[in-house]
Ligand binder design. Structure first.
Ligand code: FUL
Length: 646
């Protein structure tokens, strides 16, 4: 009996005083805003894809107007597995399917609206794309998420309170029938005009309250408690403020989101100045997602087959999204057949291979690691072994009063590396202010790089390979440091999987540009083959081009300014031609959808070839400058106009 008690006692004390139990009680106190369990899982996911495939694909548009006949939708070779397995080969861990885009066509047989897949000829109206993607994701071991556009250009009720109920019911259907979702993606685009049951009118909604987001997201929380909610402002994952997929160099996972006009922030209704950088010490933990498409547009366009991003471009985006503590959300665009184009498939596979090659082996494991301080001298709990064990949550920590410390890596023989990776244990918040990396060269320490905003992941990509036997990392924080990982990697020379296609554009040598009241060189900026010069005017809403001889063409390109200013980009256009520069006739008109968020080259394809010497690009609506209402806006900005010979 006595013996048993003694045994019990010793077991108890072993538990109490084991290093693990010690670590629990002795861990640094969390600093500032910290992630939820749901957000931790999202951080671990790092890479996922966003699939756009609706009747809009068949119309070769970016934003469907809401009037496409359901009969258009008939992808004869559709294969969700081909698409999802290509995503997996790229190293992506999840897929989000656009279950309904702005055109309003539901890709599942919803009870909430007639405009849905059951009206299409595909599988005789018995098909369900959401189900197909859910099952393919399951089969490939990938996470599954949904995007259901709040803006609906088809629904006759859009703009009234009745539509909100329809939208919430759509979410309920999606949340209840397709297993566990890892993300619910809510975009902030609300363009205004649309088909709306045949009304063909402009409907504006008050984004500060129309979607009643707090109650709408309460449905998400109730039915899909593990799904991270993405929107411009979170609450779990925020937009990065562009569709290039990248954040600025400094990008905190903490942010204080502010609304407009003294009202609370809502998607599409917020101060977006800090979306990219976040806020040091911000009130909320809302990391960013970098969304970008593998192609220029989110939907498939055959004329963009030559513009699939290269592996080198993808890797650079990866380093500035995942490598800045966010996630990479890469757009995939199935063709009208319902498959990914072979070029997209091979690019994804090559990208996945590269990631494996780079991050397969952490060179830091070969180094002897020493640090200037270990918390309470508890090497077992807070020591350097934690720095290379590939666990995000085991960590090296300093004493509470040690806010600056060094980590030194000593190699037996010189190591070659070009990437340094740092991670904090974010369960304890984003603690580190900055880090400096030094190498020991010519008998002295030399600074190689600096970084701020470490957080869940910070990739420092050097411009060239370095060779060093001693590396030192200096870390500065306002509180005790809790660093979980140090990685050193060597990037191979990236062989590009194919180069970008040639554009087949006419040379602009003898072109003359005119626009009322605009003079001089600035006009030439619109046709000088230089993407970084901009023609800007407030005195006219069009520009005329005189080619000096008739040109034969069936497509024209408009490149909005590439200087980061989206104001003045053309949203609605009219294209006119003339034989003599006096009498004009309209040859095309339409919208450049999504140009504000994604200011890429826009291609206008004409119904048939024309021969003409004069061309007018007329802006019927442009993106207003900050603080200007649409009606007061008269700014027009053009980086380049192209005329395609083929
Ligand atoms: C945006 C939309 O307007 C685009 O069409 C696309 O869906 C992108 C991912 O989000 O807000």
């Amino acid at each position: 009996m006595r013996l048993l008690t003694r045994q019990k006692l010793s077991i108890l004390s072993a538990i109490l005083f084991s290093t693990a139990a010690y670590a629990q009680t002795d861990a640094p106190k969390p600093y500032g805003a910290i992630p939820t369990e749901r957000q931790l899982k999202w951080h671990e996911t790092e890479m996922y894809c966003l699939i756009h495939f609706t009747p809009t694909t068949f119309q070769n548009k970016e934003w469907g107007y809401g009037d496409a006949a359901p009969s258009l939708f008939n992808p004869t070779k559709f294969n969700a597995l081909q698409i999802v397995s290509a995503a997996r080969s790229g190293g992506f861990k999840g897929v989000i399917f656009v279950t309904k885009h702005h055109d309003g066509f539901a890709l599942w047989p919803t009870q909430t609206a007639a405009y849905n897949i059951s009206e299409s000829p595909w599988k005789n109206g018995k098909g369900n794309l959401v189900r197909e993607f859910q099952q393919a994701a399951k089969q490939e071991g990938m996470k599954f998420g949904i995007y259901c556009s709040p803006w609906d250009r088809n629904n006759p009720e859009y703009g009234t309170p009745a539509y909100l109920t329809i939208y919430q019911n759509q979410l309920k259907e999606l949340y209840s029938n397709y297993g566990e979702l890892f993300m619910s993606w809510h975009d902030g685009a609300n363009g205004g005009d649309g088909y709306y049951g045949g009304k063909n009118e402009k409907r504006k909604v008050d984004q500060s309250c129309y979607y009643d987001w707090m109650n709408t997201w309460a449905i998400t929380r109730k039915l899909q408690p593990n799904a991270s909610i993405f929107s411009d402002i979170g609450p779990d994952v925020r937009w990065v403020g562009n569709e290039k997929g990248i954040s600025p160099e400094t990008s905190w996972s903490t942010i204080t989101i502010k609304g407009n006009d003294g009202k609370p922030a809502m998607p599409g209704f917020m101060d977006d100045a800090n979306l990219g950088s976040g806020t040091r010490g911000g009130k909320q933990w809302i990391p960013f997602e970098g969304d970008v498409s593998l192609r220029p547009g989110w939907f498939y366009h055959a004329d963009q087959d030559g513009q699939v991003k290269t592996v080198a471009e993808l890797f650079s985006i990866y380093c500035k999204s995942v490598g800045h503590g966010g996630a990479l959300d890469l757009g995939l665009s199935p063709t009208t057949e319902g498959l990914l184009h072979p070029k997209d498939v091979s690019t994804l596979a090559a990208f996945g291979k590269l990631l494996k090659q780079v991050f397969n082996y952490n060179l830091a494991k070969e180094a002897e690691i020493s640090v200037s301080n270990v918390r309470n001298n508890q090497k077992q709990s807070f020591g350097t072994a934690n720095l290379t064990d590939a666990s995000r949550y085991s960590y090296w920590a300093t004493d509470d009063d040690v806010h600056q410390a060094n980590v030194q890596l000593d190699f037996k023989k010189p190591a070659n590396f070009s990437i340094i990776q740092l991670r904090e244990n974010i369960k304890l918040g984003q603690r580190i202010d900055s880090a400096g990396i030094d190498i020991f060269k010519n008998n002295q320490w030399q600074e190689l790089a600096k970084a701020t905003s470490i957080g869940s992941n910070r990739i420092i990509r050097l411009s060239q390979t370095q060779t060093a036997q001693k590396i030192r990392i200096r870390i500065y924080a306002p509180v005790a440091i809790a660093l979980s990982e140090i990685g050193l990697y060597l990037e191979p020379e990236i062989k590009s999987a194919g180069t970008k296609g040639t554009a087949n554009t006419y040379p602009k040598t003898n072109w003359k540009a005119t626009s009322p009241a605009a003079t001089g060189l600035a006009l030439k900026n619109a046709a000088d083959n230089n993407e970084s010069t901009v023609f800007e005017t407030r005195t006219s809403n069009y520009i005329d081009l005189d080619f000096s001889r008739p040109l034969v063409f069936s497509a024209v390109g408009y490149l909005p300014a590439q200087d980061g200013i989206t104001a003045g980009a053309i949203e609605k256009y009219e294209l006119l031609s003339s034989e003599d520069g006096k009498n004009w006739k309209t040859i095309a008109s339409g919208e450049f959808s999504n140009i504000k968020a994604n200011p890429i080259l826009q291609r206008i394809s004409l119904a048939k070839k024309i021969t003409t010497r004069y061309l007018r690009l007329l802006a019927k609506q442009t993106v207003p400058a900050a603080g200007e209402k649409g009606s007061e806006n008269n700014l027009l900005r053009i980086a380049e106009i192209e005329v395609y010979s083929k």
